[in-house]
Design a binder for this molecule. Structure first.
Ligand SMILES: [Zn+2]
Length: 561
């Protein structure tokens, strides 16, 4: 299906009330209308729902959107309807009658968009009913949830490939806000995207000021926070560290302080209250009623600061968050930027501060790895499969006592070894019995190497001597043409130095070049800075090499794409 630029713009104006596309939106819509799969890496707020709302108006069949959270779904439907796009939802929270009515509305073409939870698509009767509509486009929102490498792995997403088949293989749009090239490859493979158009856009948030405060001991963390909230107000304006005017006021606004543990969240809130700041804490172990009360107060603005674990934030959209402070180092830059990016959604100046204690990296590594899969876990899975006859992932989790993410990882290892196959959610044992000790955990070891390398990239950010924005964007695979942004702590410290623009590199020193290393295999150059070159290797994750040694020993050779 083809539509001219004029037709698309007319529809954009008349149906959705926008004059112009934002960068990349038209390319995505055109791809979808032509039946091409698209992987779009767009941060929240980059207008990602607009692309499928528009495509839904032009496609012959229905557009189904898989959304991971009921709260998120509700917001999406409200924003679609505010634009005059009728949308229906189906979730297990509705009665059977309401679900049937929602489906009927789509069937009668009263609604072109249908939002569903991934769990609904696990049901064969439901996908059979959808296939009758028929479905032209399946949108997988928060698509990184299918990647077990990612921090938000959602087992129900693993049922999507089967559901896609049952729906007659509609065109696919995978949407994600944070995905490194590694996670991108993983989700392309798992969802079965066919030669997708990859659009990476909009990671730069120029209104976010990026800074790192280094401390050497846990005791200094309170001091660092005290400096930020109390002493900075009284800082001499002629001090070389003085911040641009608009930034000074950010800490007077509302903000989030992320901590790695529930204990630290409560403790941080207590410190702030002692300093006369309206603060409370939020984490998964607080009572539901308390969490709701704290969140509501924060959204309304009666509570100025919320100290929270990463349980707080997904689906929370408060535009005027003026700062996000991390008291502990997150396990990856993906996690960091997703959380820090909750600041300044209104485009006004906002501040993202990482309090960095080098000794913290060990704990971050532990929290990021999600535990280590062991031979013992494989033995428990064997007992579940062979002795107790579990034939679905859920049954296996129950029979073995393993968590759903661990079950998914064990099943991957068993599938690699040719012991188990999965089809339409049913597990099939291809051999009558097997020796758990003989199952290779190579993929698991790769995962750990990858997690470790992501943490090294996080350390690199925290210890960076130059522009933090450039480093961050290059990590996500987006090019940043300027040598520095002038809106991060390191740039302010060097504001008077001349800016030297390096001549564009070629060969193995070009960012995004594919290269091969004798021990680590194939990878993509992520960053070239001074005498260091960072490569994301398919097998081992991020590695930083010294340019002079690479040169001398011819360590990297170009790989034709
Ligand atoms: Zn900068």
């Amino acid at each position: 299906m083809n539509a001219s630029s004029d037709q698309l713009r007319t529809l954009l104006r008349e149906t959705l009330g926008f004059d112009e596309f934002r960068p990349g939106q038209e390319r995505i819509v055109r791809g979808l209308l032509a039946g091409r799969d698209v992987l779009a890496v767009l941060p929240t707020g980059a207008g990602k729902s607009l692309v499928y709302q528009l495509a839904a108006q032009l496609l012959p069949g229905a557009t189904v959107v898989v959304s991971p959270l009921l709260a998120l779904m509700k917001d999406q439907v409200e924003s679609a309807e505010a634009l005059g796009v009728a949308a229906a939802t189906i979730s297990s929270a509705q009665s059977a009658g309401d679900q049937a009515e929602a489906l009927a509305r789509v069937e009668r073409r009263e609604a072109r968009l249908l939002y569903v939870t991934p769990e609904r698509l696990e049901k064969p009767e439901f996908t059979a009913a959808l296939a009758q509509l028929p479905v032209s486009l399946l949108v997988v929102d928060e698509a990184h949830c299918i990647s077990e490498w990612g921090p938000t792995f959602r087992p129900a997403y693993l049922a999507l490939p089967t559901a896609i088949e049952r729906l007659g293989r509609p065109t696919l749009l995978a949407l994600t806000a944070t995905a490194t090239p590694w996670v991108r490859r993983d989700l392309i493979e798992r969802l079965g995207l066919r030669d997708p158009d990859r659009v990476v856009l909009g990671f730069d948030r120029p209104n976010l000021f990026l800074e790192v405060r280094r401390v050497e001991s846990e005791a200094e963390e309170a001091t660092a926070l005290h400096q930020l909230f109390v002493e900075e107000d009284n800082a001499r304006p002629d001090s070389p560290d003085a911040l641009p005017g608009a930034l000074e006021a950010t800490l007077q606004g509302s903000g989030i302080i992320y901590t790695a543990t529930t204990r630290a969240a409560a403790e941080t809130a207590r410190w702030l209250r002692e300093w006369g700041i309206a603060a409370d804490y939020y984490h998964g172990q607080r009572k539901r009623a308390d969490r709701d009360r704290v969140q509501d107060a924060f959204m309304e603005g009666t509570l100025r600061v919320i100290a929270a674990t990463n349980a707080f934030g997904l689906g929370v959209d408060k535009p005027d968050v003026r700062f996000v402070i991390h008291r502990d180092v997150p396990p990856s830059l993906d996690a960091y930027y997703q959380e820090a990016g909750r600041a300044g959604r209104d485009g006004e100046p906002a501040r993202c501060t990482l309090i960095y204690r080098p000794g913290d990296l060990g704990r971050a590594a532990f929290l990021g790895s999600g535990g280590q899969l062991s031979g013992e876990d494989v033995a428990r899975a064997r007992a579940g499969l062979v002795d107790r006859g579990a034939r679905t992932a859920r049954a296996l989790a129950e029979a073995s006592g393993l968590s759903r993410p661990d079950v998914a990882r064990v099943l991957d290892a068993l599938a690699d070894a040719g012991i188990v196959s999965a089809r339409r959610g049913r597990l099939r044992l291809l051999v009558p019995d097997f020796d758990p000790a003989a199952v290779s955990l190579e993929r698991e070891e790769r995962r750990q190497a990858y997690e470790h390398s992501r943490l090294e990239m996080m350390r690199g950010y925290a210890e960076l001597p130059d522009c933090r924005r450039r480093y961050l964007l290059e990590y996500f695979g987006e090019e940043y043409p300027a040598a520095r942004c002038a809106y991060c702590d390191n740039d302010l410290a060097h504001a008077d130095d001349p800016v030297l623009l390096a001549p564009p590199a070629d060969g193995v020193y070009a960012v995004h070049a594919r290269v091969r290393h004798p021990s680590w295999g194939v990878g993509v150059v992520q960053r070239v800075a001074g005498d260091a070159i960072t490569v994301l290797f398919d097998a081992v994750g991020y590695k930083t090499l010294r340019a002079d040694i690479v040169e001398e020993q011819g360590l990297l050779e170009p790989v034709p794409t």
